[in-house]
Ligand binder design. Structure first.
Ligand code: CP3
Length: 343
């Protein structure tokens, strides 16, 4: 038997010698070695070449000394095997050329080609081999609401008007769409677990655009379904969202093992609001990484103090690392977490 990692123990709310730490978007543009790989290739090319995806996944591991790797992929990759034309446009983010707007668009979505995403599993296997069990690899999928919002809007959105119009005006079609997404996202997550992912993070990045009542009525049942199905694959599930300050307790009802908190809430209060029933991840403001070291240290120590040494805290940001972030500050946070959480 190999001892479970700090990260896996914390996901299961078991005591650990120190708080594990990793960062959302720890691979990416703030790293010069990522920019060097990216210079000659598109984001999709990197994702689809397991060797390159593995290399980029490992870059922050080698440089920062984090306690987990997250596989380099994108939330929207499953759009392609569903028949959607996905592109990433510089400065704009993801674009879907044929967005899902009508009943016939929903009916046209294919749900039986999840195996086309096999390159992600391949990359996870390569990362695992190269890590030689030093640290675990986290897999991830989009949550039904966030995924649906991208393929309905056709890209990023401020007000989610098209998404909400379908949700409110055609609830049967909305449920049909989210049901179809589940048919792809659940097996895709399971394939990542088979490839060796030690946990799956479900990204509901835009859940905070919903009122608590709308979340409960239109989204919670689908998220709960997805999380239950991933849990059956046998690994902990981390449920990420932002801007949901008012209703972490409701998100917790979706059943994940770990709730990822953003910086708009105080970690101790949000943890208390869910009765400490789940582990928590977070919750440093990504912009704090631009602060002078004493201020950064103050914020890191404040989060650790609020976690209070209670089993089940994974240190992370409240959202992903921003592109211009100074690498040495990210590394400094890893060292601070080690220094101030060792028990
Ligand atoms: O290190 C890691 O965290 C793994 C890699 C990762 C990427 N995307 C690669 C990527 C992860 C976990 C994601 C998830 C993702 N993708 C989310 C959920 C997390 C979140 O930030 O809320 C979302 C909403 C997407 C969709 C997406 N992809 C957007 C909105 C953008 C453009 C915005 C941006 O940051 O540029 C992308 C592009 C993208 N995906 C990049 C990376 C590293 C940008 C870098 C590049 O173009 O090379």
């Amino acid at each position: 038997m190999i001892a479970p990692s700090l990260f896996e123990l914390a996901c299961r709310r078991r005591p650990v010698a120190r708080t594990p730490v990793w960062f959302m978007r720890q691979a990416g543009r703030y790293l010069p070695e990522y920019r060097a790989v990216r210079r000659r290739r598109s984001l999709l090319q990197i994702c689809k070449q397991p060797d390159l995806a593995a290399e980029v996944t490992l870059q922050p591991v080698d440089r920062l000394g984090v306690d987990a790797a997250i596989i380099f992929a994108d939330l929207l990759l499953p759009a392609e095997p569903m028949g959607l034309r996905l592109e990433f446009v510089a400065g704009e983010g993801p674009l879907i050329r044929n967005p899902v707007r009508s009943r016939s668009d929903v009916e046209a979505l294919a749900t039986n080609h999840a195996a086309d995403l096999g390159y992600v599993g391949e990359a996870i296997r390569l990362v695992r081999r190269r890590l030689d069990r030093r640290i675990p690899v986290i897999g991830f999928v989009g949550a039904p609401f966030t995924f649906a919002s991208y393929i309905i809007e056709g890209g990023a959105s401020r007000h989610f008007v098209r998404t909400k119009r379908m949700m409110y005006g055609e609830p049967a079609l909305w449920n049909r769409l989210l049901g179809k997404l589940l048919k792809v996202l659940a097996p895709y997550a399971a394939s990542q677990v088979r490839a060796g992912a030690a946990a799956i993070q479900v990204f509901d990045s835009w859940a905070g655009a919903l009122s608590p009542g709308d979340y409960q009525r239109y989204v919670l049942p689908h998220s709960r379904d997805l999380i239950r199905r991933i849990g059956r694959a046998g690994v902990p599930v981390i449920h990420f969202s932002t801007g949901v300050g008012g209703y972490y307790a409701m998100l917790d009802q979706a059943g994940a093992d770990v709730l990822s908190l953003d910086w708009r809430v105080e970690l101790d209060k949000a943890w208390e609001a869910i009765g400490h029933r789940s582990a928590v991840q977070g919750n440093l403001d990504p912009a704090a990484l631009f602060a002078p070291l004493p201020e950064l240290r103050r914020q890191v120590v404040d989060i650790l103090r609020r976690a209070g040494g209670r089993p089940g805290h994974i240190f992370n940001l409240g959202h992903g690392i921003l592109p211009e972030t100074p690498v040495e500050n990210v590394k400094a946070v890893v060292e601070m977490v080690r220094e101030f959480s060792t028990r």
